[in-house]
Design a binder for this molecule. Structure first.
Ligand SMILES: Cc1ncc(COP(=O)(O)O)c(C=O)c1O
Length: 423
């Protein structure tokens, strides 16, 4: 039923039957969770062989290098090569970090705050009323980094093909706007991928700040679930065309390829940027965990092998995405009060409910024993101005729990909309 077109009588009748269904769910004292954007144990089992065979002496001492010792500061060459081949980035522009790309982003941001960038006339901390562009709905931990560091966060709406570039181009005329957070492929949480046009506009736009930086978090860069994954233009290629190579800091990790929290993270940047970063990085560590890098290389082998592994993970996630979407489609597709994304990859589905009802949906779900990601988490300062966006994370729970959670969700979404319309 299209709730927006139905008359009051029909809505009252529908509400009563939804309420009854909702009370039945509530009576089951459920404890379910649709908020956890992480792999389930079956996914992790596919990487278990990485740990089942210990590294041998030949693994850790090779090519004249003893990887058990200090040294090889920028990462094991074979790990650099693998990332280089997967993302078409020159090995010389890659730096391998520890277990977390988020930590590399935070660390880069702190460096910029304290020392500026390769192009900065002053450290960022000295920029009065500094501002940062946040593509939203987006990733809450990005927003938190820049909020904590005293930036004013500016919301840029995320569209099907990436950020609203007219708005971005307008804002970057302000010299106190120092950068933008981007999750360019299978964005968290919409699952959308930036078009070539958007990538080119980001690379070519005229920025008033000479040290404007794009934090290009390609966390889901090879995480297809559809047979035919999305295409993302290589931003370094675009920057080369426009002479803006220094504009981009690129990040990714194997968190959702191997083990979240125990994978390998990397960053990539222009020669100037990496030279600048090196001088400070070497003050903070003698080197990251090369043995974990070696374990990863032995397990992941080469790009073809990684892609085959990702195909298996993608098939597991696809089953959950398909289940979620099929349940939403049954009652929400033509309801007029909900729209949602159908990503070809990544970890999330973004659900927009009737404006002004997302918090109510969250509360109804909570009362029924289903945890959702907090409303507002996908926006700067944790505030969704329209109170309409919900981030669904189908990957972690079992198929049975997912099915039940989604059914309750469709009830809560329609109940909330009807309450808004007629009560
Ligand atoms: C967009 C995005 N970036 C980064 C991360 C965290 O990555 P890492 O484990 O490499 O720190 C996540 C985790 O969910 C994410 O969604």
């Amino acid at each position: 039923m299209n709730i927006l077109k139905a008359n009051r009588e029909a809505l009252t009748e529908l509400y009563q039957s939804l309420r009854k269904e909702y009370e039945e769910y509530k009576a089951q004292n459920l404890s379910l969770d649709l908020s956890r954007g992480k792999p389930d144990s079956l996914q992790l089992d596919l990487t278990q062989p990485m740990l089942d065979t210990p590294l041998t002496r030949d693994d850790v001492v090779n090519g004249g290098i003893d990887y058990r010792n200090y040294g090889v500061f920028e990462g094991v060459p074979a790990m650099k090569k693998l990332f280089s081949e997967l993302f078409s980035i020159d090995e010389n522009n890659i730096f391998i970090g520890g277990n977390s790309s988020l930590q590399l982003m935070y660390d880069t941001m702190m460096r910029c705050m304290m020392f500026g960038t390769a192009d900065s006339p002053r450290p960022w901390v000295q920029v009065d009323k500094r501002k940062w562009l946040c593509v939203a709905p987006g990733y809450d931990r990005h927003f938190l980094i820049t909020e904590k560091l005293g930036f004013e966060l500016i919301t840029i709406p995320m569209r099907a093909d990436g950020p609203d570039m007219d708005l971005v181009e307008e804002y970057v005329k302000d010299p106190s706007v120092l950068g933008i957070w981007c999750v360019p492929k299978y964005s968290n949480p919409t699952g959308n991928t930036y078009s070539d046009t958007v990538v080119r506009r980001l690379a070519s736009m005229k920025c008033a700040a000479p040290d404007f930086r794009i934090f290009w978090d390609n966390a889901y860069g090879i995480h297809d679930i559809a047979e035919e994954g999305d295409h993302l233009m290589n931003i370094f290629d675009a920057c080369k065309e426009y002479g803006t190579e220094n504009r981009v800091f690129f990040y990714t990790s194997t968190s959702k390829i191997t083990f979240p929290g125990a994978g390998v993270a990397m960053m990539a940047m222009s020669d100037d940027n990496l030279n600048h970063a090196r001088s400070y990085l070497s003050a903070s560590t003698i080197g990251y965990d090369k043995l974990n890098q070696l374990r990863h290389i032995r397990f992941l082998k080469n790009p073809e092998h990684v892609r085959a592994h990702m195909r298996r993970l993608g098939d597991m996630i696809k089953e959950k995405f398909d289940l979620t979407l099929s349940i939403l489609d049954q009652t929400l597709l033509d309801s007029g009060v909900a729209t949602y994304t159908r990503p070809n990859g990544g970890y999330f589905i973004s659900l927009d409910v009737m404006p002004g009802t997302a918090k109510r949906v969250y509360d109804l779900m909570k009362e029924a024993g289903v945890t959702l990601t907090k409303v507002g988490a996908t926006y700067p300062y944790g505030i969704d101005p329209e109170d309409k966006n919900l981030r669904l994370a189908p990957t972690y729970c079992t198929l049975a729990d997912l099915s039940l959670s989604c059914k309750i969700l469709t009830v809560a979404v329609r109940m909330s909309a009807i309450e808004k319309l007629i009560f």
